[in-house]
Design a protein around this ligand. Structure first.
Ligand SMILES: Cc1cc2nc3c(=O)[nH]c(=O)nc-3n(C[C@H](O)[C@H](O)[C@H](O)COP(=O)(O)OP(=O)(O)OC[C@H]3O[C@@H](n4cnc5c(N)ncnc54)[C@H](O)[C@@H]3O)c2cc1C
Length: 119
C-alpha cells in the first residue's frame, strides 16, 4: 500500500508540474499570440494550475515520496552486514559506469536492437 501511495504521489506531482511548465513553454513559444483566446492556452493554464496544490500539495507529496524511499532503503540495508553493503555499493557503481559507456548503452537501446534484428 505504501509503495502504491508513493507512486501515486510522485506521478501526480510530476504530471501536474509538467503540465504547468509545458503550458508556460507553449505560451512563451507563441509570444504575445500565446495570450490570444483562440489558442486556449490561458484557459488551460487557469484550469490546470490548481492541480499542483489541491488533492495534495506537490511539495508535500514529494516529501511523502522521499519518506517512502528512505523507509524502503532502511529496510533493504537494515538486514545487511558490512560486506553485503560493500557488495551492494560496488554493484551500483558498476551499473552506473556501465550505463555511461555509450557502446553498451547503444547496443541495449530498444530501437537499436530492433534495427539490428531487422538487418
Ligand atoms: C480549488 C481548490 C479546491 C479544493 N478542494 C478541496 C476539497 O474538495 N476538499 C478538501 O479537503 N480540500 C480542498 N482544497 C484544499 C487543498 O487540499 C489545499 O489547498 C492543499 O492541500 C494545500 O493546503 P493549503 O492551502 O493549506 O496550503 P499550505 O499547506 O499552507 O501550503 C502553502 C505553501 O507551503 C508549502 N508547504 C506546506 N507544507 C510544507 C512542508 N511540510 N514542507 C515544505 N513546504 C510546505 C506548500 O508547498 C506551499 O507552497 C481545495 C483547494 C483549492 C485551491
Amino acid at each position: 500500500m505504501q509503495e502504491i501511495e508513493a507512486l501515486a504521489a510522485g506521478l501526480k506531482s510530476f504530471a501536474t508540474w509538467n503540465t504547468t511548465a509545458t503550458l508556460q513553454e507553449c505560451r512563451e513559444c507563441c509570444g504575445g499570440k500565446g495570450y490570444m483566446s483562440e489558442n486556449r492556452i490561458e484557459v488551460l493554464k487557469n484550469d490546470t494550475d490548481v492541480f499542483t496544490t489541491f488533492e495534495g500539495d506537490n511539495t508535500v507529496l514529494m516529501q511523502l515520496v522521499a519518506k517512502s524511499r528512505l523507509t524502503e532503503f532502511k529496510q533493504e540495508f537494515g538486514n545487511m552486514n558490512v560486506l553485503t553493503i560493500l557488495n551492494y555499493v560496488a554493484d551500483q557503481a558498476k551499473t552506473t559506469i556501465t550505463e555511461k559507456n555509450p557502446i553498451i548503452t547503444r547496443n541495449t537501446d530498444e530501437n537499436i536492437c530492433s534495427i539490428q534484428n531487422f538487418i
